[in-house]
Design a protein around this ligand. Structure first.
Ligand SMILES: *[C@@H]1O[C@H](CO)[C@@H](O)[C@H](O)[C@H]1NC(C)=O
Ligand SMILES: *[C@@H]1O[C@H](CO)[C@@H](O)[C@H](O)[C@H]1NC(C)=O
Ligand SMILES: *[C@@H]1O[C@H](CO)[C@@H](O)[C@H](O)[C@H]1NC(C)=O
Length: 478
């Protein structure tokens, strides 16, 4: 008897050791720049259903963050760039830690691991706006964390765009930080090293392809077929490895060769731009997830890397300054539907990810151009206005709604505005050109979406319920 029990125990032990939990190093970004966001509880259920244990947020909104308490999901909080200046004042950093971090730390609370201070603060588009504030903000946040007794478990870091380093025309081994910010980067790297904090980097083969028509397309993916780039005997056959190893060389030059690297954003968009489509996104993720599962990292960083996919859901109010694809990075649609089969464990076991449950939509109502309206000038005017106020990125070349005709474009635009404005009847008028219909006017692959019931509406309901309760208590007392 004792023997069999021992054998059972032993095989359990072996099972525990050899059954690797492949998705441990996988996280996702979840941003809120949408007219209607899924409720945090719906998102948390999706994360659980898909075995994803880490999430990276772009702010530290208390209401959102508190939902992660007791879920076992590890959270990376964010501080937006426009809040960096405030954090230069240490008392503000202390307030931030007190209100947005410490409050969530209790037995059964939120598992906060990192604070992302700023987001890609050195993008050239910002013209140096964050150069003076970012390092003081980083130092103050870490100091406030340390003072609150949280510094051992929670590390402040800065999610950086991969454009903070390069190797010119030379190979990855010649990498170094960008000249205009080099001394600052070196100082910050030493600070991160002293605090045992990681370097967080966002790497986007899609953007390399988008920005450079000569970029060898195979090099963006992980399935071979590209002409390898030789760097002192090391062969690179994908952009990701070459890019990350350029960072490895840069960290060495900064005197911090052992800094841990976390990939804060990686992914492929699925709409509104040539090369941004489901077929190519699937190809990218298939290769990437398989690579992740090997846990072998890159030639110069042969380790199990922590990755955060960008992004969990689409966000229809992101700035499209970088390009129309910007609102379509989700592996799920705005309403939590999976877009294509994938396997988060990388073992090639393809299936549709588990989508959102209990999604609440507004009524089955769409807004369309009336058939008797003929004035093309006025229609075009209305279309332009509606697109400016909502999101028509999908009608562009390479987008899923690019085949609509002139009148289809108008209905698409009118409906987008109508939905974004919570189906307000006044938003479906357009000087009498538009009307509400109750049948689905989607055309083929071009989805005319229905808006979600918004968080704001629910919060209002919660608020009025608690106010009513408060009022009743008041009545009862007097
Ligand atoms: C907490 O986080 C929210 C959202 O990021 C931010 O608006 C707020 O200013 C933060 N609170 C403090 C005290 O910094
Ligand atoms: C529909 O709108 C898109 C984007 O503005 C435009 O490129 C396209 O030409 C329009 N289609 C027609 C038929 O007018
Ligand atoms: C409308 O039709 C499209 C297919 O064209 C479908 O994907 C979508 O789910 C439908 N919307 C609703 C609310 O039924």
């Amino acid at each position: 008897m004792a023997h069999t029990r021992l054998i059972v125990w032993a095989s359990w032990l072996v099972f525990l050791i050899i059954a690797p939990n492949l998705v441990d190093s996988l996280g996702v970004n979840w941003g809120h720049q949408a007219s209607h966001n899924l409720h945090p509880d719906v998102i948390i259920q999706m994360l659980k259903d898909n075995g994803i244990k880490k999430v990276k947020l772009f702010d530290s909104d208390h209401w959102t963050v508190k939902h992660f308490a007791g879920t076992g999901i590890e959270v990376m909080l964010g501080i937006a760039n426009n809040q960096l200046e405030g954090m230069v004042d240490y008392s503000h950093a202390q307030d931030f830690v007190k209100n947005n971090v410490s409050k969530h730390i209790y037995n059964g609370g939120v598992d906060i691991k990192y604070i992302g201070v700023g987001n890609e603060p050195f993008l050239t588009a910002y013209k140096g706006a964050n150069v003076k504030t970012i390092f003081p903000a980083l130092k103050n946040i870490q100091k406030a964390l340390n003072e609150a007794g949280l510094g051992n478990n929670i590390k402040a870091t800065i999610p950086q765009n991969a454009d903070v380093y390069d190797s010119g025309k030379a190979g990855p081994s010649q990498g170094d930080f960008r000249k205009d910010i080099r001394p600052l980067m070196y100082d910050m790297m030493r600070f991160l090293a002293q605090n045992d904090a990681p370097f967080v980097v966002n790497i986007y083969p899609f953007l390399s392809l988008y920005e450079n028509p000569d970029f060898p397309i195979e090099f963006a993916f992980f399935d071979g077929g590209s002409k390898p780039v030789d760097d002192n005997g090391i062969e690179y056959n994908n952009m990701f490895d070459a890019n990350l190893d350029t960072l490895v060389a840069s960290l060495k030059k900064a005197g911090t060769p052992n800094l841990k690297i976390v990939v804060g954003e990686i992914g492929w968009p699925t709409d509104s731009t040539p090369n941004a489509n489901i077929k190519m996104a699937k190809r990218f993720y298939d290769g990437f997830l398989k690579k992740m599962a090997t846990k072998k990292g890159t030639p110069k960083y042969p380790k199990d890397i922590e990755y955060y996919l960008f992004s969990f859901t689409d966000e229809n109010q992101k700035s499209i300054l970088p390009g129309n694809f910007e609102r379509h990075w989700g592996i799920f649609t705005y309403d939590g539907k999976p877009k294509f089969p994938m396997d988060f464990t990388g073992s090639g076991n393809q299936k549709m990810p588990v989508g959102a449950k209990n999604v609440k939509y507004l009524d089955y109502k769409w807004c369309a151009l009336k058939s008797d309206i003929k004035d093309e000038g006025k229609i075009a005017e209305g279309t332009t206005y509606a697109c400016r106020e909502s999101d028509c990125t999908n009608v562009n070349f390479g987008g899923s709604c690019n085949n609509l005709d002139f009148r289809g474009n108008a209905s698409y635009a009118f409906n987008m505005l109508f939905q974004m404005r919570d189906q307000d009847v006044e938003a479906c008028d357009f000087n009498g050109m538009a009307g509400i219909v109750t049948s689905n006017i989607s055309v083929g692959d071009c989805l005319f979406p229905l808006a979600l019931e918004s968080d704001a509406a629910r919060q209002m309901i919660q608020l009025s319920v608690s106010m009513l309760a408060g009022f009743l208590v008041f009545l009862a007392l007097f």
